[in-house]
Design a protein around this ligand. Sequence first.
Ligand code: 23J
Ligand code: MN
Length: 263
Amino acid sequence: MSTEKRLMRVAEMLLSGAIEVVDLSAPLGPQTPILTLPPELAVDTPKIEIHTISEYDKNGPFWAWNWLKLGEHSGTHFDAPHHWITGKDFADGYTDTIPVKNFVAPANVIDCSAEATANADFLLTADGVKTWEAKHGPIGRGEWVLMRTDWDRRNGSVEAFLNTDASGPHSPGPTVDCIEYILSREAIGWGTQCIGTDAGAASGMNPPFPAHNLMHKANRYGLASLCNLDRLPPKGVILIAAPLKIVRGTGSPVRALALVPRS
Ligand code: 23J
Ligand code: MN
């Protein structure tokens, strides 16, 4: 079959529902949980604000529109290489310079939901990824690796989502060797369902924040606060996640979508 015919076959399957489009983004608004870092270390992103300019009123009689106050790293969002010091020198590491073909790629979904439900500090290791590969097949070059934890079930509550106590944040994520391993498989990115791509305990790892440090050092990407990974099969889906074309942007909220064959 010609490429033209195959592409139109995809369009037919989208129209018929044979290929389903699954929404992997959380609602983006004032209730969206925002990352908080230790005050001695950092300044935080402000909460999202949505301000009405007009809604068919004296400020605009026939139209409605808003303006936003919105951090790049808010809600379901994309991390670009320039976000981290290790990725700062890549000319194609900003939201406006990443090649757009990298925004459409297959995804591998590693189900850690049972482990993360039992233990909020659960860490996925390289061995955990290899065990998954033995069952589902190898992670291919240019593919996403997504850690399913069902953490999106906590999205309605900032406290539950951030899950911070006196000892710090408790949320699942990858170990250093997990990220090293998926990079050896030439994954294009690492995605999670928590506030960031790294575990709550990641500040104490070596290097600190390995998903950020190592993925961005390799000019690769991150996705955080993904939803609905429980609706995806382990393999065989296409992920579409395109950040806004912010000039020299370090990340952006995204409407992440998965193309999934209807079973
Ligand atoms: C800055 C510092 C630490 C972290 C993050 C940002 C994120 O998670 C993010 O949204 O990129 S852990
Ligand atoms: Mn981020």
